[in-house]
Each structure stands twice: as structure tokens, then as C-alpha cells.
Design a protein around this ligand. Structure first.
Ligand SMILES: [Zn+2]
Ligand SMILES: [Zn+2]
Length: 257
């Protein structure tokens, strides 16, 4: 694992320069990626669930916990039931300071003391629970081939999202609740980082226009958490080839084959 100090955009610009100079250069990127949904609003017994969002992201380079649901006991139960080994988690990421995303970090702090958590603004609770919050407010690489979008503000909330470069396929974007607007997030990622392969997370009951924007920019669209059934049905009906279903316990191997 490498924690980067260089702004991601600068390294990307550098890569572009190399590409212009030598067409055939092969970039080393994340080749395989597995997402395991620890909790989503959509139930899947016998796993427990509630209103919240938490995903484990495993790659050939690192393992990261993205958000941590509302309830410590649900995190504990599902992590055990899904045979997740927290000892293998290198770092965590908090999309924003709402309890349905940070509540379960209380359990993570008990079992993985000192774990680094990339947060969008000044810490409110995680340090008290024994974790190590690191504020990332502008776009930058935080792990090999993974970057934070930088803070975007919407509905009075400071939120950031995670972008992972998947070799030969494009970017995988993981969002929390999309308070800044899922269309705005996707456009910003496209502008700053390039082509998007898949977007997953809470879209916050988006309008059809917002969903159309996501579908325009991304090969796969995976509405979860606070997206709402209307949004899911719209993607299913209008973009059946792009839709992927998410519920508690979903395991998604990327690239999709
Ligand atoms: Zn929220
Ligand atoms: Zn939420």
C-alpha cells in the first residue's frame, strides 16, 4: 500500500505526457476488483440490514472499507457472516458525516485500532473511536490507482467520492449519498479523471434527467442505498444493459464478464 502525497491530477497529467511521447506504454493499474456490500438498504436475510451503506473493496493491490453503515452490531454480524477478515483492510473511506455512513465505524475502531479513514472535512467522531482520520478536501490519489474526488457540497453536506482505475476498462466510482447530485459527481469525475466504467452507491432519489446523465457517462449503473425504487426501475427499464442490482451481501467481481 502506498499513501500518496502528490495530487492525483498532477500524476494523471504526467501520465498523459508519457502517453503522448510513447503510444504503446502500458500503465500498471488495478486489474481485478471485488466489491462486497456489507450493508445496503435492500435486505438479504439471513444477513442483517438497516438504512445504511457499507462496501468492502478488494483489489490486487489493496483492500479498503468504504463507509460503515449505521449500526456497529450490523457491521459486526455481516462482516463475520460474509467471512471478511478486517486484518486485511489497509484503509477506510468515509463519504460524508451522516450517521448512516459512519455509525458502524465504532465497531471498526474496536477491532482495527488506528486504521486510517479518509474523510471529507474536519473529524467529528472517528478519532474518539480510535481511528485515524485524514482529511482529503481536494482531488488526490490516496492509494495506488485510487483517488478521492475532492469535496463537493450539496444540500448543506460536504461529501467526496472514490474513484478507482480499473485496467483497460475505465473508472469505478463509489458514491455515498450523492448529496451534491449524482449527475454533478459523475461529470466531475469524467472531467478530472476520464472515462467511467461503473458507478455504484446511493444516488439520493435522483430525477430522470440525473439518471440519464449517469447513464451517458458510465457503462454500468448500480443504484443502491438511498437511490429509491423509482430510480432503480427507471434504470432497469431504460438502460437494461447498464443496470446492475445491489443489495446487502451482493458480491460484484470487476470487470463484469
Ligand atoms: Zn447523507
Ligand atoms: Zn446515506
Amino acid at each position: 500500500m502506498h499513501v500518496y502525497g502528490i495530487p492525483f491530477i498532477n500524476s494523471l497529467r504526467h501520465i498523459t505526457l508519457i502517453l503522448n511521447a510513447r503510444d504503446s506504454i502500458v500503465l500498471i493499474m488495478v486489474k481485478l476488483m471485488k466489491l462486497t456490500v456489507i450493508n445496503d438498504n435492500e435486505p438479504n436475510p439471513p444477513l442483517l440490514n438497516d438504512w445504511g451503506w457499507s462496501v468492502l473493496i478488494e483489489t490486487d493491490k489493496w483492500t479498503l472499507l468504504y463507509d460503515a453503515d449505521t449500526e456497529p452490531r450490523i457491521m459486526e454480524h455481516n462482516i463475520n457472516a460474509l467471512s471478511i477478515n478486517l486484518r486485511e483492510v489497509d484503509a477506510a473511506f468515509l463519504s460524508h458525516y451522516h450517521a448512516d455512513h459512519y455509525g458502524g465505524f465504532r465497531y471498526i475502531g474496536e477491532v482495527k485500532r488506528g486504521l486510517i479513514v479518509y474523510v471529507p472535512e474536519e473529524d467529528r467522531i472517528l478519532a474518539k473511536w480510535g481511528l485515524t482520520p485524514i482529511i482529503v478536501n481536494s482531488p488526490r490519489e490516496i492509494l495506488d490507482d485510487a483517488a478521492a474526488t475532492g469535496v463537493m457540497r450539496g444540500m448543506g453536506v460536504n461529501e467526496h467520492s472514490l474513484v478507482v482505475k480499473l485496467s483497460n476498462y475505465g473508472l469505478v466510482v463509489i458514491v455515498g449519498c450523492s448529496h451534491p447530485g449524482i449527475d454533478n459527481i459523475v461529470k466531475r469525475v469524467h472531467e478530472l479523471f476520464g472515462n467511467i466504467y461503473l458507478v455504484i452507491g446511493g444516488f439520493h432519489e435522483p430525477s430522470r434527467r440525473q439518471i440519464d446523465a449517469v447513464a451517458e457517462y458510465s457503462k454500468y449503473v448500480c443504484p443502491a442505498h438511498c437511490s429509491g425504487n423509482e430510480a432503480k426501475d427507471y434504470v432497469k427499464a431504460h438502460y437494461p444493459g447498464k443496470y446492475c442490482e445491489v443489495k446487502t451481501g451482493t458480491r460484484l467481481n470487476l470487470p463484469i464478464t
